[in-house]
Design a binder for this molecule. Structure first.
Ligand code: F0G
Length: 462
């Protein structure tokens, strides 16, 4: 259980925050056309829009940075990183990349053929983007429970096993590129996947000759929740749980900017030599030599250390505990959150915060905007209709996003509990504005739906 005040570190270096007034923030939002991509980060006092690349590094990591060996071939930091990844995953072959989507580029280009389907518990946006780029159809197999934000049951990040069987039968295994299991499942409110579900999904995929890929951006948090909640795992170590997770996959890729506790970096690892050889070729073309993968030696060292720190039990208890605490604060304030909290963010159910704003008027973004104006706290609509409804390239039919959520992420080792309390008050203040908050409509949007995740210009409805 998280005990406030039992944070397993103290602060040595501080980064100043510039506060601004409500009037200033109102103006900043209007000038940015209600789109965060146009707001300089300096104007955001408490930034909960992502947990990616925004980690505070430890003294060991900063000391490690000074040991960066910037040799082109075989720098010593690479061997440290290779060992950390092997110990974390149990996989033998490791490829470094500059971030997660660079790893996905290599994995997807290797495994996807045009016209294929890629199945998942729910693809992250960049994996979905790569699948579409390669002419494949990314499909999300949510469970029924996952689509009900108010329902508090464990492991809502699971894949629906019946839907998986049905999809394989209907599509045929030769036209399925791979099964993508995302742990935690970012697009389903950061929910964890249970070991039982992963085991069964992997068994079914392998029985049908389909490869299993584990998107591992937040595996350590997922492993911690398995240890806390899934029967049979209480006495297993986090590392043992991670090894079991990876034993069900053919390869893992990872945005190390999350649970790797670094500001930049990505990874691929596998035991499959044939796959490794194919991916190595692409790595050499896209990322650089295989012992640095688009990163500096000092970055490799920070990651080699960060992976190990990210697997420490006390750290994870603090990490997941702070997210749970944030959830509790919001519940106490009557804010409807996606239940139960996962391991990296609280997702607020915007449709229940502002029931008077329909999804076509971008209710989730209305909440993002209002929270920022009231308090200087920034979340992100993720996922919601604004950035994540999708047009079928063949039929032209629009599939609306199944959620209207605002994600308030907690960066790792960055904000104090009192700042998290302030954030909860800020969200509540936005909710209290009630019917005075109006919906939004497009003034401009890019042609590409992928760019539309980040860029748009909106205006207030009268
Ligand atoms: N997979 C998952 C599950 C992710 O959450 C992300 C990134 C990626 C892959 C891609 O990694 O950013 O290093 O290229 N998620 C960030 C977020 C951006 O805010 O959730 P990347």
């Amino acid at each position: 259980m998280y005990e406030k005040g039992k944070t397993p570190f103290k602060i040595k270096v501080v980064e100043p925050i510039k506060w601004n007034t409500r009037e200033e923030r109102q103006k900043i939002m209007e000038e940015a056309h209600f789109c965060q991509a146009y707001i300089p980060a300096e104007k955001i006092p408490i930034n909960l829009s992502t947990d990616s690349g925004v980690t505070a590094m430890s003294q060991e990591q900063w000391a490690g940075m000074m040991l960066g060996d910037e040799s082109y071939f075989g720098c010593k930091n690479w061997f440290n990183l290779e060992k950390s990844v092997q110990d974390f995953t149990g996989y033998k072959y490791v490829l470094p990349t500059h971030q997660g989507r660079a790893a996905e580029n290599i994995v997807c280009t290797t495994l996807i053929k045009k016209g294929d389907t890629v199945l998942a518990n729910a693809h992250y946006g960049s994996t979905e983007g790569h699948a579409r780029r390669l002419g494949a159809n990314p499909v999300n197999l949510y469970t029924v429970e996952a689509l009900r934000p108010e329902l508090s049951v464990d492991f809502k990040g699971n894949i629906d096993i019946d839907k998986l069987k049905k999809a394989i039968k209907e599509i045929g295994s030769k036209d399925i590129s791979f099964l993508n299991m995302v742990l935690e499942n970012n697009f389903t409110a950061g929910q964890p996947v249970s070991m039982a579900n992963l085991r069964e999904a992997s068994r079914i995929a392998h029985e049908n000759g389909i490869k299993v890929v584990i998107d591992s951006a937040r595996v350590p948090e997922n492993a911690y929740i398995i240890k806390e909640k899934e029967p049979g795992y209480k006495d297993k170590s986090i590392r043992e749980i991670c090894h079991e997770i990876f034993s069900y996959g053919d390869l893992m890729h990872m945005s190390a900017k999350k649970s790797g506790l670094v500001n930049i970096g990505g990874l691929i690892a596998t035991n499959d030599k044939d796959l490794y050889d194919k991916m190595q070729d692409l790595l050499l073309m896209f990322e650089g030599f295989v012992t640095y993968g688009g990163l500096a030696g000092r970055d490799l060292e920070a990651l080699a250390i960060g992976i190990n720190e990210g697997l420490e039990y006390d750290y994870l208890a603090y990490r997941v505990g702070q997210v749970e605490y944030f959830g509790e604060l919001l519940r106490d304030r009557g804010v409807p959150i996606y239940e139960p909290p996962g391991g990296h963010a609280i997702y607020v159910d915007a449709s229940r915060v502002y029931p008077h704003i329909p999804r076509e008027e971008f209710v989730a973004q209305a909440l993002v905007v209002q929270t920022y104006i009231e308090s200087g706290v920034m979340g992100g609509e993720s996922p919601s209709s604004l950035g994540f409804s999708r047009t079928d390239p063949k039929t032209g039919k629009l599939t609306p996003c199944p959620f209207e959520l605002v994600r308030f992420c907690i960066p790792r080792r960055v904000y104090t509990d009192s700042q998290i309390e302030y954030a909860a008050d800020g969200i509540k203040a936005a909710m209290d504005k009630g019917k005075s908050v109006k919906g939004l409509r497009f003034k401009w949007r890019p042609k590409s739906e992928f760019s539309g995740i980040f860029f748009y210009q909106l205006e207030r409805l009268p």
